[in-house]
Design a protein around this ligand. Sequence first.
Ligand code: FES
Length: 366
Amino acid sequence: MPTKELVTKVWIDPGCIVCDACENTCPEVFEVTDDTCIIRPAALAAAFTKPLTKTIIEAAQECPVDVIKYETAAVEVSDEDAAKIFGEGESAPAAAGAGASVSTEPAAPKAAPAAKPAAAAVAAEASAARSHAPVAPADIGDPNVQALLRAATARGGQAGISKARGGVISADPLRTDPDNLPPDARFAKTLLAAQKTKKDPTRREAITFGTVAMVGGWAAFAAATGIVIGPAGLSFSMPRALEEPDPRVRVGPLSQFLEMKPGEVNEDYKPKGIWMIREEDRIAALNIICTHLGCIPNWLPNDRKFLCPCHGSGYYFTGINFQGPTPRPLERFRVTVEDGIVVVDKSKKFQHELGQWEMPESHLAV
Ligand code: FES
């Protein structure tokens, strides 16, 4: 009989943020209380966790703060049982060799989450929401939006994200620091604001209305006084709020980045959406947007990785992905040197999976 790695023990380290993600994924094992998450008593037995190996591993991988831990052991299972545990046609993690194989990390290959009825409903809602909601990618780096994405993701999956992106960006209740709110409070505010903003005019509508009113006012004034308003006059009277920000960012002298050690990450320009990194033979500028669904990962210097708080995608310092649901590496921006200053152009991106990281301006050779 073939052997497979099955989960024989599962536990939760300190640091749970009560986001509900694990209970949504594997309710048989995880129970989220008001303050924390616990393992249900029945799930303390290996006989209970083994058949749930797949969803336990998924829950661990999706945990935004990586507090779900588990051990696996090589167990003999029939093909029929393996199919029940890992799904028809999906490859199950094979045992690593003779004897027990123990791991406290989610070492099993990432399998696609099983389509559950609830998940399918959420996906359908997300799709519907995406097709109607105005998306504001330009504001995605806003800390309020990021907080909404994290909270909404934890509670509502992609549907929550669509709501956060589409309708809640200017949520008044988030004037307080959203990171200091408990997830439940954030989620409640997300829903409240979503309901509010449906009835309120969007910012774009407000700007358009204001512009029309202003131009109308100027025209009436001109008619009354005999002044002719030409294109220059109109341009002068128009609000400048819709202008695109300059995509070029001067990040500092080249010498500063030459002094970095290989493997080092400079976070000085993270507020501008850029991580500067130093490889053995090149300097590059990473786009900080997670390539899964657009959250902003954190750089964990001790673990030498970027970890996305929304669904747990992990990237090496180079931007290459190695864990979680993201399908591809982080993107890189064009980098050039002008008068000894490194300039990052965020309007031009390079994707590793398209072989673009070898193109001349995707990095500075050193
Ligand atoms: Fe999903 Fe980053 S947005 S892992």
